[in-house]
Design a protein around this ligand. Sequence first.
Ligand code: TRP
Length: 328
Amino acid sequence: MARVLSGIQPTGDIHLGNYLGAVRNWVEDQHLQDSYFCVVDLHAITIPRDPAELRAKTLELTLLLVAAGLDPDVCTLFVQGHVHEHSELSWILECVASMGELERMTQFKEKAKDGRESARVALFTYPVLQAADILLYDAERVPVGEDQRQHLELCRDIALRFNHRYGDTFLVPEAILPKVGARIMDLQKPTAKMSKSADSPQGTVLVLDEPAVIERKFKRAVTDTGTEVAFDPGKKPGVSNLLAILAAATGRQPAEVAEGYSQYGQLKADTADAVVELLRPVRERYTELASDPEAVRATLRQGAEKAQAVAGPTLARARAAIGLLSRD
Ligand code: TRP
């Protein structure tokens, strides 16, 4: 079985785009591959956060992932900050990565909006910690969104350079990009990806939204001029997004779904219904799990132990390779 690892930040609420584009695939993958899923709290603090909120969000995200179907007995689900090897390997890799290659990361440029002066140093080295997340587990495949492609390239470069300088230590991973069609756009601004940022609460369907809220958001979804229902993301972004969502929710192709409709109104109503039914079991399970958060915390302790059993030996290998004297 190939080993797969992915990470998700415990910031913002999980929305339909995350669910259809990532989480649902992970749930399927866990049975086919040796899967590691990491809630990356150390990455979250590269931007200032409210401490109590970060703690709450970390637990909430874990509950949600379990509610969505990640089975801690099948995959390894853990919190990054529970496995100290991540920060330690990250330091070692910082001694291999160069300023120049990190300077080229577009995500840093986007996120350091308020300027380089006030940006946290860790925001700059963020991709190195991500490389550590991946390399610690000898992950062969890393399912990520298009926006993470550059970070994956960097991870490969660092692994190759380390291996070249210090001897074979890391497995060089490959990025797995999501299947096309899973790109879900904002309901109010269908030319932008549905996102966690709170800029467009009406355009973002949250996995835990009540059915009435989901229905309202779809009812108010922006459509396009004209009346024809056709899948054409360039010319008809709003309608195409609804078609993509309905298709993804019902396991069909958007163009095929379009054939059944002649009116926007019916398409909106049916899409809302399909999404409500898709998310209903997740929300119900979440409510159950949330009544006993201790059980999920126990699961996380178990996950951290499983993760550490793999990460520990990899870190030891890297320490030895680069010449750190062992304590024993
Ligand atoms: N940087 C990723 C994101 O923002 C999250 C992440 C952290 C990650 N570590 C990872 C993804 C390791 C894949 C593998 O989406």
